[in-house]
Design a protein around this ligand. Sequence first.
Ligand SMILES: NC(=O)c1ccc[n+]([C@@H]2O[C@H](COP(=O)([O-])OP(=O)(O)OC[C@H]3O[C@@H](n4cnc5c(N)ncnc54)[C@H](O)[C@@H]3O)[C@@H](O)[C@H]2O)c1
Ligand SMILES: [Fe+2]
Length: 407
Amino acid sequence: MIADLITPVRAKAQLAALKLVTKLIPSPIPNTLLGAQSRFRLAEHMAHFGFKRVLLVTDDVLFKLGVISPIAEHLNELGVETVVYSGVTPDPGFGVVENGLEILRHNGCDAVLAIGGGSSIDAAKVLALAASNHKTPKQLVGILKARKRSLPLFVIPTTAGTGSEVTIGAVISDEVTHVKNLVIDPKVVPLAAALDPEITAGMPKSVTADTGIDALTHCLESWISDFSTPETEFYSGAGVKLIFKYLEQACENGQNYEARDAMALAANYGGLALNKTALGYVHAIAHQLGTQYGVPHGRANAIVLPHILELNRHSAQARMAALARLCDLATDTEADSEAADKLIQRVNALLAAMPIERAVQGIDEKHFSVMADAAMKEAHGTYAVPMYMNKKEIIGVMRTISKQTAR
Ligand SMILES: NC(=O)c1ccc[n+]([C@@H]2O[C@H](COP(=O)([O-])OP(=O)(O)OC[C@H]3O[C@@H](n4cnc5c(N)ncnc54)[C@H](O)[C@@H]3O)[C@@H](O)[C@H]2O)c1
Ligand SMILES: [Fe+2]
């Protein structure tokens, strides 16, 4: 009980310091190419820079789907040699990054191109930073641990969710403890990125839905964060509007490039917003579902999101009401309580329309205490949430989730 009181007080002091750091840390925005075929234009930009040999970082699924070869061949035609590292796994661990780093060093690569979802991008970010700083990936965990800019990094996201192509962070898991570690440093931001709808068109429905809800969660957590500013609201508000309009369309018809373009932008805006505001309890709890039960990142957010919105109904009521009005879900004359309610209803309707599995396989009460401690450790002092939750409340959310049945 006393611990529950002390934690928020300590966390608030830590947050005040973090707010200052966040203000001071610059968030460079990569040169971003948009539209169909932009992945090939990005390759042309890379050739102009004069790189000799580029390491392509990706996963085996994308490699086998044939997503990588046309880009590698285009680079080769332009006189740039390529080496492919396709060993990235979902929620990559340190070993994945170290293996890629060894291949980079062995081949003397002078630039890195990530082609993939957040897992490939994050692995490439840390790999490129470790290469230029002569450090191990583990030594880079924390805030501003590198002195030099990363090796030149370029990114082609194949999902529309994490926004990792613009964020100042990367998430790497510890294979032994299963803890997700954050590397936070503006030096990991790529030089350029291509948001190409042709490459996201191949995403299966379930990955489109999971990753789209990840982007929505970034925007919502950023919007209700105590660190939100007019600039972050600009991005997070636009992101939410785009997702409400286009996520269902992107799921229904993967070849709908208008919807794919819009979702790529929404994810990008979510990343730009969270650079300054960080996240919230949805991510803090979702990360535990990922590490403990292997639930994919976006799906874990989708499972947790409705419960946290409901718990924040009062503490973030005015913020949610403002977002509802921005999205034309409520009018200026409606009370905040009604407007906030409409936002929550819209999110729940979107979640219900998505092919997202809500049951967590293997979820077990015996893990809840450790998971709740880890969620509190992640959130308190790091996330500027509108309301602190205690351990009992977090376990309550986990218990409710454990009762959700397969759809
Ligand atoms: N750095 C950041 O700012 C940030 C933000 C949020 C999440 N993350 C991290 O990103 C990771 C999740 O990334 P993600 O959600 O993009 O998923 P992912 O990269 O793990 O990919 C999920 C699966 O989808 C497949 N896939 C990806 N694109 C595809 C395509 N176009 N066609 C067919 N299959 C495709 C992949 O092969 C993989 O099997 C997590 O580790 C999470 O912690 C990072
Ligand atoms: Fe996320």
